[in-house]
Design a protein around this ligand. Structure first.
Ligand SMILES: [Zn+2]
Length: 458
C-alpha cells in the first residue's frame, strides 16, 4: 500500500509539474543570430562622427558634440518606432549637476526609448549604455574623443536590441537608454534611476553595457567567446538589521543582481552555444564604476556587462602614436561579430525577462531542526507555476530544481535547510521562467528597502 500511494502521488505531481516547467523557446533561439553587424557598425560610425561626445561639449551644433549625438539617437529611436506603428515612446529626462568634473551647473540629458508592456507595464527591464566620451584629461571637452568602444559600443547594442525587440510582444515594459554624464560622475545613471523612482517603475533588471565591443586584450590575448557580467553580492542599500540577519542566515552571494547574473549565464548556456558568461562577484571592475551603481543605490537589481579582456591603450586616451603604439578609442578596435554576440545576449535576456512572470515575492524558507525544508512565497500575476531551486552553499550556480505547480509553498523532503541555499522562480504558461529569488530581504527583487515591511523581513 505505501508503495502504491507513493507512486500515485508521484504521478500526480509529475502531470501537474509538466504544465509549468520552463521550456525551450524558439523565439529566443531566433534572437541569437538576429543582431546585424552592419547596423552596429553604422551606429558606431555615426557616433564617432560627432567628433567628441563629452558631456561638457557643444550642445547647439548639428554636427559636433553631445547635443548633436543626443538628437541623432533620438531620431534613431523615432525611426524604429515609426517602423513598428509607434510602439516606442521617446523621453529625454534631464537634470543639472555640478561637481568635481562639472564645475559649472551642466544639464545632463538621457535619451530613453520605452516600449510599454502589454500585460504588466509597471514591471520594467532596462538596458543602458553611455553616449558621452572622453580623452586623457576628463575635463577636455573639445578634442576628438571617438569613444567607439567606451561606450558607442553599448549604445549601438541597445539601439540594435530596441530594433529587434520592437518587432516582438513584451508583457513587461522594455527600456533602452543612452545615458550621458557617465565620465563626469555617473550622472546619467542617476537621472534615469530618479526617473524610474518618480514614475513608480518596478525595475526588475538593469543591464548596463559599458565597453562591450573589443575582443583583444592589451596583453595580446584574443577571445571573442566570453563576456563578463559583474554583480554585487549584497544590496547597496541594505539596512544594518538586514545585514545582521543576512550574516547569520546567508545571502551574501544572493542579491537579486547576483541572481540576475546567474539568469543571464543560464540563458547564454541555452541559446548562445559559442558564447560564455563569466560571472564576476563584484559590483564592477576593481576601483572603477559604471551606471549600474546609481540603480543599485536606488534599490534596483542591476549588473554591468563588459568585455572579457580590456585594452587600456584604447580607453580615455588622446588620439596619438607613441613608441609604435596607437592610442585612442577608434572604430578599428571594434570586433563587430563579438559586439553582435553581446547584443544577442542582452536581447535574449530582455525578451525572456519580459515574457516571464514577475519573480515571486515574500520568499521564505523554514526547517531548522528538521529533516525537510519548506519554502513559501506569494503568488504573482501571470505565473502558471513555480520552481524551487537549491544548490550547495559553495556552488556558483543553481544545481537542483523541481517544478511544484501553481502553489505558494513546497516541502523538500530530506533536503536539510542547513546544507543548501534555496530559491524560487515563477514560470509562465508558455514556459518562460523568472530569475531565482533567494529568501528574505537579501534576495528580494522588490525595490529595496521597500521589502522591510513584508513577511520576508524576518
Ligand atoms: Zn564607459
Amino acid at each position: 500500500m505505501p508503495v502504491l500511494f507513493f507512486l500515485l502521488l508521484a504521478a500526480a505531481g509529475a502531470s501537474q509539474a509538466a504544465t509549468v516547467a520552463p521550456s525551450e523557446q524558439p523565439a529566443l533561439h531566433a534572437l541569437a543570430n538576429a543582431p546585424s553587424e552592419a547596423e552596429l557598425r553604422a551606429t558606431i560610425t555615426r557616433l564617432v562622427g560627432f567628433g567628441t561626445r563629452h558631456t561638457l561639449s557643444d550642445t547647439k551644433s548639428d554636427t559636433r558634440g553631445i547635443g548633436a549625438a543626443r538628437r541623432w539617437v533620438k531620431s534613431r529611436f523615432e525611426a524604429i518606432s515609426h517602423d513598428c506603428g509607434g510602439c516606442i515612446e521617446v523621453v529625454t529626462p534631464s537634470q543639472k549637476f555640478s561637481g568635481k568634473r562639472a564645475p559649472q551647473p551642466t544639464e545632463v540629458m538621457d535619451v530613453v526609448a520605452i516600449k510599454r508592456g502589454k500585460r504588466d507595464p509597471n514591471r520594467v527591464i532596462v538596458m543602458t549604455g553611455h553616449l558621452d566620451s572622453r580623452v586623457t584629461d576628463v575635463m577636455n571637452a573639445t578634442s576628438d574623443a571617438p569613444g567607439a568602444n567606451d561606450d558607442a559600443s553599448g549604445v549601438a547594442a541597445l539601439i540594435e536590441a530596441a530594433r529587434l525587440l520592437s518587432k516582438q510582444d513584451n508583457d513587461a515594459t522594455l527600456v533602452f537608454a543612452a545615458l550621458s554624464g557617465e565620465e563626469q560622475g555617473l550622472y546619467g545613471g542617476k537621472v534615469l534611476a530618479d526617473y524610474a523612482v518618480a514614475h513608480g517603475w518596478q525595475v526588475e533588471a538593469q543591464l548596463n553595457n559599458d565597453i562591450v565591443g573589443n575582443s583583444q586584450g592589451q596583453n595580446g590575448v584574443i577571445d571573442n567567446t566570453r563576456v563578463r557580467v559583474f554583480s554585487e553580492g549584497t544590496k547597496s542599500n541594505e539596512t544594518a538589521a538586514q545585514a545582521d540577519y543576512r550574516r547569520y542566515h546567508g545571502g551574501e552571494v544572493d542579491s537579486p543582481s547576483r541572481n540576475l547574473a546567474r539568469y543571464i549565464d543560464r540563458l547564454a548556456d541555452s541559446y548562445l552555444p559559442d558564447f560564455q558568461v563569466r560571472m564576476v562577484y563584484r559590483t564592477d571592475r576593481y576601483g572603477r564604476g559604471g551606471d549600474q551603481v546609481p540603480f543599485l543605490e536606488a534599490g534596483y537589481p542591476a549588473v554591468r556587462v563588459t568585455e572579457a579582456h580590456e585594452n587600456y591603450t584604447r580607453q580615455h586616451q588622446d588620439l596619438r602614436s607613441e613608441g609604435g603604439v596607437h592610442y585612442g578609442d577608434t572604430i578599428d578596435g571594434i570586433d563587430f561579430r563579438y559586439l553582435a554576440r553581446v547584443t544577442a545576449l542582452n536581447a535574449i535576456t530582455m525578451a525572456a525577462l519580459s515574457r516571464a512572470p514577475a519573480p515571486p515575492t515574500g520568499v521564505d524558507s523554514q526547517g531548522a531542526v528538521a529533516t525537510d525544508t519548506t519554502l513559501s512565497w506569494h503568488k504573482v500575476p501571470a505565473a502558471a507555476g513555480y520552481r524551487v531551486h537549491w544548490r550547495d552553499t559553495t556552488a556558483a550556480q543553481w544545481q537542483h530544481q523541481r517544478a511544484v505547480g501553481d502553489v505558494d509553498h513546497a516541502v523538500l523532503q530530506d533536503v536539510v535547510i542547513d546544507d543548501w541555499f534555496f530559491g524560487v522562480s515563477s514560470v509562465s504558461a508558455d514556459g518562460y521562467e523568472s530569475p531565482v529569488v533567494f529568501p528574505g530581504d537579501a534576495g528580494s527583487f522588490e525595490r529595496s528597502p521597500a521589502a522591510a515591511s513584508s513577511s520576508a523581513g524576518r
